[in-house]
Design a protein around this ligand. Structure first.
Ligand code: EPU
Length: 464
């Protein structure tokens, strides 16, 4: 009897110990906490790159940040335990986890598996402290109103590259019957039960489609969303909502029909591969004169527009079920790009493309029509010797530059990626300062590049 008790007690202690390890990892050893500590010390990490090394070998792509950032708040719709696998270890994922924890969720992480227990929600607010770090925090708005009839979510401000409004989120939720007011910088929303409605988006917003769809799945009656976003992360989210019990027709098309249900049940999910991380490594291979680089565990279908443009630069591509092999062109041909919603060329690859075009053999034009101010990387690329001029949202890149290493400053996630790419192609040493932006969206980028043969290392940055 005593022995049985002791054995049970030991097992319980072991479980408690193992969970505490998970908890410690979640709350302490995260990209965000590393950044926080380094900011507290008055310095931030930097990357030191000695350019000119051709890349070869295999790189494994992590789970998609922008899928995980939508799947995590979706757990609020169905109180209970959800396990999200292939979740990348990134600062943005930690930030979303901390927001959900603040609201009462239990969270633990083991490897790439994130467990969220959403059965203990007691706070329906997303405070400014969380939202200011990451705009995707707005994703809790729809699930909170739909499941709990109330939400108080800080209004996201502008971002580093200009205004990013949330009017479509608010108008869509209002159309479903939510009463929404603004109070001291907060969106304050309440609703008895949302009711289905016809919503026509002016433009196909990723975030507004996700937010409104997450609200509509629990509304009474049918919601029609016209001009919905069809980005793979949204398609994956909608498919997951169906697994949780939602009734949605038209997934993968811009016309969604959602018949509301009374309740959803918790479900586990595997994140799709990060198409922007995959695209960034393909450009890295092209810009460095990569001999044979294999990008594995990716979804080539999600990268059609990027692959078509890469082929026109002269790169040789070979596509498998979940792999892409690339051989860099001897001479990079200039190729124009205009960003567009999926399946067009993604705005999240615009900065990396400009870096590649800087070393192309001729002039090209890159237009960003999704985010017209998203060009903070251009002056920094010019400091490395690129020749780029801007007129509104049009970058004209006179290629053929031999980039020269210099100190450059990261300003946002994709801008930082473009500076690393340029540094890899430059002669001499490039220091990319303030790389905490990269830690928001690229899992261990320096390790993955190093494995491919790049000379890149993370160092303590300078005081500022
Ligand atoms: N827009 C509005 N009103 C709204 C919402 C959007 O005018 O209420 C406009 C935006 O200003 C922009 C366009 O619509 O011009 C598209 O914005 P969207 O809402 O689609 O973007 P998002 O949901 O805020 C997501 C990604 C971004 C990515 C964009 C475009 C997440 C968490 N973020 O943002 O990812 O650039 O879609 O594809 O999914 C990144 O990963 O670096 C990143 C910024």
């Amino acid at each position: 009897m005593v022995d049985k008790f002791c054995a049970k007690h030991k097992i319980r202690c072991l479980f408690a110990f193992l969970s505490s390890i998970d908890y410690i990892r979640w709350s302490c050893d995260t990209p965000q906490s590393r950044t926080r500590n380094s900011l507290r010390n008055g310095s931030v990490d930097k990357f030191v790159i000695n350019g000119g090394e051709p890349l070869s070998g295999t790189v494994t792509i992590s789970g998609a940040k922008n899928a995980a950032l939508a799947f995590m708040p979706a757990t609020l719709l169905a109180p209970g335990r959800h396990v999200l696998t292939n979740t990348p270890s990134l600062r943005d994922i930690t930030t979303m986890g901390q927001l959900l924890e603040h609201m009462g969720c239990g969270i633990s992480k083991a490897g790439d598996s994130l467990t969220i227990d959403s059965s203990t929600i007691h706070d329906f607010a997303a405070p400014y402290e969380h939202v200011k770090k990451m705009r995707a925090s707005i994703y809790v708005l729809g699930p909170l109103i739909a499941r709990y009839g109330q939400a108080r979510v800080s209004l996201p401000g502008g971002c580093a590259w200009g205004p990013r409004p949330v009017n479509l989120h608010i108008d869509g939720l209002k159309a479903l019957g939510a009463e929404i007011d603004l109070d001291a910088g907060y969106i304050v929303a309440k609703a008895r039960r949302l009711r289905g409605s016809r919503i026509v988006f002016d433009l196909p917003s990723v975030g507004a489609t996700g937010n409104v769809a997450m609200a509509a799945v629990l509304a009474s009656g049918t919601t029609v969303i016209v001009n919905a976003a069809i980005e793979p992360e949204i398609t994956a989210l909608l498919e997951h909502l169906v697994i949780m019990g939602a009734k949605i027709n038209g997934i993968g098309t811009p016309h969604l029909e959602i018949e509301g249900v009374e309740a959803l049940t918790p479900a586990n999910a595997e994140m799709i591969p990060d198409r922007i991380e995959a695209g960034t490594f393909l450009v890295a291979a092209a810009i460095c004169g990569g001999k044979k680089v294999r990008v594995e565990r990716c979804n080539p279908h999600h990268l059609s527009a990027v692959l078509a443009k890469l082929q026109r630069t002269g790169a040789t591509l070979s596509v498998g079920a979940d792999t892409i092999d690339i051989e860099a062109p001897t001479t990079i041909h200039p190729v124009d790009v205009a960003t567009a919603v999926y399946p067009g060329f993604p705005t999240d690859m615009q900065a990396q493309w400009i870096a590649l075009m800087s070393v192309a053999d001729g002039q090209s034009v890159v237009i960003d029509s999704i985010y017209s101010d998203r060009f903070m990387h251009v002056p920094e690329l010019n400091r490395l010797g690129a020749d780029i001029t801007m007129a509104d949202n049009v970058a004209t890149i006179r290629g053929g530059a031999q980039l020269q290493g210099a100190k450059v400053m990261s300003t946002d996630l994709r801008a930082s990626a473009s500076l690393i790419l340029a540094g890899l192609a430059a002669q001499g040493t490039t220091e990319v300062l303030r790389v905490y932006h990269l830690d928001r969206g690229y899992e261990q980028i320096e390790k993955k590049l190093h494995q491919l043969g790049a000379d890149i290392r993370r160092e303590k940055g300078e005081d500022f």
